[in-house]
Design a protein around this ligand. Structure first.
Ligand SMILES: [Zn+2]
Length: 423
């Protein structure tokens, strides 16, 4: 903290240039209470120095770029408070937000960070098996969940740093990473050679979070170090995925969608995340604008797009796309699916990320049993789960003439009351 504060004080012009990332702190608290998961911005200067940013006026969220010059001032704690920001060219952009055209294998450096008063429990062999093993590993999870689109390989090393696990804040976390990377370089594992850097901390650390990741960046910190879901979740953030939110008494909370690993459960990704990652063939996502009966294949079946695995309908009333998909409780990671999702039509609301600096979660707004309806909030579209055939399902979609703002029409009847169009 002292080193970083002195470094910031050297920035007399109160202007910093670099790449801004969203850091997401995960506590996985979703037992009916609001989560503490709160994203924050971190600027990485072109020399690699991370600087925690304060953004009281929200100037970063809608900037539309990540390469920035920010003006402001650091407070006594070392947080640099942003007054204004502008896009600049050059340097490193966050990656991984858009679809990948081909299978991508990420090279990951896993650093066991032993501290002066506490050590990492899992051994190098444990972590190698958990992350990169041929079965039940995080790589195996991504291979299944993304239909082979996203894979993981890498190295596991151990370092010892002269820091205590008895304190925890953002500045110390950056110092731990820098000390660990310096040793890794000496050992012949320079961080610059890897797509992902996973700092594994002692779980006895007083840090209260399970994991932290840069969204669209390559860094993650893991404290809950024996749970493979935490690693997969943070790597999902690195890939650009936001949280899988759900409703509790009509209010959206992080993690509350139990049909996606970006929520509380270690389960394969939901339909909007699969499309965001480019992991569905385009023929597997059908955009619906007209009334009809549509057949869906269960989302995680190995299919060829006939029938499709997701339906997508633009919802003007919410300014987002609605995704429909069938989840079938069959197969690795899908079998433990909770009853509120299993054999139902998941209804997700999602707006593709428009900027890299704001959190864009998916939202599970409903899960339909056979015979149940989902209505758009303005009453222009009704979705009905008609029939369940196990691995496929029929969905009836009724589109009112007023859908998509037809200039002259009679207003549709109001939808049933509920959570924003659900019933
Ligand atoms: Zn998260």
């Amino acid at each position: 903290m002292l080193v970083l504060s002195l470094t910031l004080m050297a920035h007399a012009s109160d202007t910093l240039t670099g790449t801004v990332y969203l850091e997401i702190v995960d506590d996985f608290t979703s037992d009916g209470f609001p989560s503490e998961a709160a994203p924050q911005h971190v600027l990485r200067t072109d020399s690699g120095e991370p600087v925690a940013l304060g953004d009281a006026d929200g100037v970063l969220a809608d900037l539309g770029c990540a390469r920035v010059e920010v003006s402001g001032a650091a407070d006594k704690s070392g947080v640099f408070w942003v007054d204004s920001a502008a896009c600049v060219d050059g340097g490193e952009e966050p990656t991984g937000y858009g679809p990948d055209a081909v299978t991508t294998t990420r090279d990951a450096l896993v650093i066991r960070i032993n501290m002066t008063d506490s050590s990492v429990g899992p051994s190098e062999a444990d972590l190698d098996a958990m992350l990169f093993g041929t079965s039940a590993s995080v790589d195996a999870f991504f291979a299944l969940s993304t239909f082979g689109g996203e894979r993981l390989q890498g190295d596991v090393i151990s370092v010892a740093i002269l820091y205590s696990a008895s304190t925890c804040n953002v500045f110390e976390r950056f110092d731990w990473a820098a000390a660990a990377e310096a040793q890794a370089t000496i050992m012949g594992f320079p961080a610059s050679a890897y797509d992902r850097i996973i700092y594994v901390l002692p779980d006895a650390s007083v840090c209260t979070w399970a994991g932290i990741a840069t969204q669209g960046g390559k860094w993650s910190w893991i404290r809950d170090n024996t749970d493979p879901h935490v690693y997969a979740h943070e790597l999902g953030h690195n890939r650009g995925l936001g949280h899988a939110n759900g409703l509790w008494e009509c209010v959206a909370y992080p993690y509350f969608d139990r049909s996606d690993a970006m929520g509380i459960d270690y389960i394969r990704f939901n339909a909007p995340h699969l499309e965001q990652g480019g992991w569905l063939d385009p023929s597997d996502v059908v955009e619906v604008t007209t009334s009809g009966t549509y057949t869906l294949e269960a989302l995680h079946r190995t299919a060829d797009g006939v029938p499709p695995r997701a339906l997508k309908i633009w919802d003007p009333s919410s300014g987002a796309n609605i995704y429909l998909s069938l989840r079938e409780p069959v197969g690795d990671y899908e079998a433990p699916m909770t009853p509120d999702i299993a054999s139902k039509i998941s209804v997700h609301r999602f707006l593709d990320p428009m900027t890299t600096l704001s959190d864009r979660p998916t939202l599970l707004v409903d899960a339909l049993s056979v015979g149940q309806d989902y209505w758009f909030a303005d009453g222009t579209v009704r979705v009905r789960f008609l029939a369940d055939f196990g691995s496929t399902a029929d969905v009836q979609i009724t589109v009112h003439p007023c859908y998509m703002a037809v200039p002259v029409c009679h207003a549709p009847p109001p939808p049933p009351t509920g959570c924003g169009g659900t019933n």
